[in-house]
Design a protein around this ligand. Structure first.
Ligand SMILES: CSC[C@H]1O[C@H](OP(=O)(O)O)[C@H](O)[C@@H]1O
Length: 379
């Protein structure tokens, strides 16, 4: 059935994509971002010289994905400090740019704390700026290491749950290098399975409305050479019914203290399908995505995005047509419901894979122990 549609990647470029970098040209430090709204058609870089520009890049999803938002937020604080802007104001604006991914505030607060500590110790704004940049670089590097470790833990879990190899993995949204300082979270596990010769196929949900799957995961899968097949979000159910899915792997934007997981909208229905069809549903995320201060799923703020993202098909090269500049696919004036995320309860999650290991079953106690190991508690 699907074999003839299976693609083997045509592009052999490195799988590690330079999504973010700090540069110090003569005119002053800048943050350079790969503009993910232009992918896969164009690889265009954005140059941010201040926090407001970075806030806009975050809001438009030019830079996106929980771990990368944390890294970008930390660099944003460093940029404000290095250019002499109000660091507290920049930190506040960055944290408020998108509410659901906890990593954003974790990254911002880590760089801001480093800045404040150095400034208090020396009274020297340059020392503060240097400390904020060091914190951002450290977070960037830590995330790369975490990505490698999550990939190893995740592959070992797949091999344990699915003996015999030839894994057929379904993923939703995008969780590769485009969300990470390394090769990503859930996608990094599929990459590890591919390199080990144990990935039979990656099923890629297109992930309406912004198509992170079709535009970004397919882009990353093609670069890796793995066999992958794109599908509409609506087609996932029939794949489960046909017995074509061995496991679901997704990322996360915030994991509450009770184990509830906020991830791209469409993740919760996949968890229900996986439970009904007795398929493992695996969340892959760094420990920084676990938020001890958010008690449960109902406490997670789910970002509501503009309706035009649903009522229009947008593409950079499309001349302005609808309110959002895209091609209307609904009558003008149509109201749309557009939550960016949904929440999956812990009882539907087989395991959470982090750089510290696998949590299964997903319990508040196990997550609390994980966070305590990194000195992060609800207080
Ligand atoms: C592994 S973090 C990636 C995570 O972020 C995505 O959201 P967005 O594209 O809106 O930033 C999605 O929830 C992914 O699972």
């Amino acid at each position: 059935m699907a074999d003839q549609q299976a693609r083997t990647g045509e592009d052999r470029r490195p799988t590690q994509i330079p999504v973010i970098r700090w540069e110090e040209p003569p005119e002053g430090p800048v943050l350079v971002l790969l503009d993910q709204t232009r992918l896969p058609a164009e690889e265009v870089e954005l140059v941010c010289t201040d926090a407001p520009a970075l806030v806009e890049a975050i809001r438009s999803l030019a830079v996106r994905g929980a771990p990368l938002l944390g890294i970008a937020g930390a660099y944003g604080v460093a940029l404000a400090a290095a250019r002499g802007f109000d660091v507290a104001e920049a930190a506040r604006a960055l944290e408020e740019a998108r509410p659901t991914a906890v990593n954003l505030s974790v990254g911002v607060r880590r760089a801001q704390a480093a800045h404040q500590e150095a400034l208090a110790a020396t009274g020297d704004p340059t020392a503060g700026a240097v400390a904020a940049l060091a914190a951002a670089r450290a977070l960037h590097q830590e995330d790369a290491v975490a990505s490698t470790r999550m990939a190893a833990h995740g592959l070992a879990l797949l091999d344990e749950l699915l003996p015999g190899g030839g894994h057929r993995i379904l993923t939703h949204c995008n969780s590769g290098s485009l969300v990470s300082g390394g090769e990503g979270t859930a996608f990094a596990v599929t990459l590890a399975a591919h390199r080990a010769g144990r990935l039979r196929r990656l099923w890629v949900d297109e992930t309406r409305p912004l198509l992170q799957g079709a535009r970004l995961t397919a882009y990353e899968a093609a670069r890796s050479g793995m066999a992958y097949t794109l599908l509409t979000d609506n087609a996932a159910g029939s794949l489960f019914a046909a017995g074509e899915v061995d496991a679901v792997l997704i990322g996360a934007d915030r994991i509450a203290a009770d184990g509830s997981v906020a991830n791209k909208v469409g993740s919760y229905p996949l968890a229900v399908l996986a439970r009904y069809h007795h398929v493992p549903f695996i969340v892959v995320a760094p420990v920084t995505t676990v938020d001890p201060a958010t008690a449960d799923g109902a406490s997670i703020e789910v970002e509501q995005r503009p309706g035009f993202e649903v009522t229009e098909l947008s593409a950079p090269q499309v001349p302005v047509a609808g309110a959002g500049g895209g091609i209307p696919v609904a009558p003008l004036g149509t109201q749309a419901y557009n939550p960016a995320f949904d929440v999956t309860p812990p009882e539907l999650i087989t395991a959470v894979v982090t750089e510290e290991g696998v949590v299964s079953p997903v319990t508040a106690e196990a997550l609390a122990e994980l966070c305590a190991g990194q000195g992060r508690t609800a207080a």
